[in-house]
Design a protein around this ligand. Sequence first.
Ligand SMILES: NC(=O)CC[C@H](N)C(=O)O
Length: 358
Amino acid sequence: MKKYLYLQDGTHFEGIAFGADTEIAGEVVFNTSMVGYQEALTDPSYANQLLTFTYPLIGTYGIDLAQNQSTGVLAQAAMVHTLENEPGPDGLTLDAFLKQYHVPGIHSVDTRALTKHIRQSHTMQAVLLNAPLTSDFDTTYQQLFAQCKKHPQLGHSTYPAKPHAGTTPHVVMIDFGTKKAIIDSLTDFGCEVTVVPYTADLAMIKNLHPDGILLSNGPGDPADYDVLPLIQALEHLYPTAGICLGHQILALANGAKTQPMAYGHRGINHPVHAADSLHAIITSQNHGYMVDPASLTNTDLVVTALEGDDGTIEGLAHKWLPMFSVQYHPEANPGPHDALGFFTQFKQLMEKKVAAHA
Ligand SMILES: NC(=O)CC[C@H](N)C(=O)O
């Protein structure tokens, strides 16, 4: 069966259907990683996005459920050049995995032309259909998007927490749609983690007696989350760190602004260097918004890291509060582990605070 991708600007692509036979709408984004299709498709930050991969062979090692980053496939669609529908350790293929979560796919698409088009014309909305488009784009888009919009899935929330043992730093994670790997990394670095939805209130969080607060990654526009008073209160009470959406929200909470990028950073080889050095680490990234550098002027934030290719702000710290954040993904999954120092830095910040109060 054929499948049809129509972009907002009238461009269209054809391919062969796989996964679920549903029709869907969302924003088209591309990921440049050679591996990690499963982690990307299950990363809640891709909710409401139709994800294409620049690497041509996708599905080569199947699906290994242990690598899921959330409770299911959160991307709206997978769009690939060559589908290699190989089974993973439990016999699950990419095609079967998408079907299981009612997510459509399209293969034999010219993903190179699609990506070049997005790079030139910038990220845009699209519909993925089972037949050629007959009515106008906007009507079809609105109808489909209303039917299939995905909300951040806060499937990891562990609240109410077990009583805190008190021997290891207790991180309360504000969950905007976290990747499992962030929770796993905190645990690996010796933290106890309680995950609360971003709709939690201050009293509930204080009751958990956190040693530190971590703002997770998540989908969509950071300016759409109604959480700034909560975050402002938290960062004055506890050591606070943020990853990706969490970084953007900390910037907003401190008076900076965020803005959409032309086509974002989604891949696992983005160089990042400290603001005062050209020594780079290679990072995993997935973001379509960024902090506006000009908006930092009247804030108490300082830039700590920059993207090596285009100078995007990749790290911020507060001048006097124990707060810092990164735009990249230190937890990798997929990607290199160069940035794991983030977790050491966060732990040290929490231990310093605990020691100061001892
Ligand atoms: N991975 C993330 O947290 C993404 C943050 C935000 N949704 C963006 O696209 O920029």
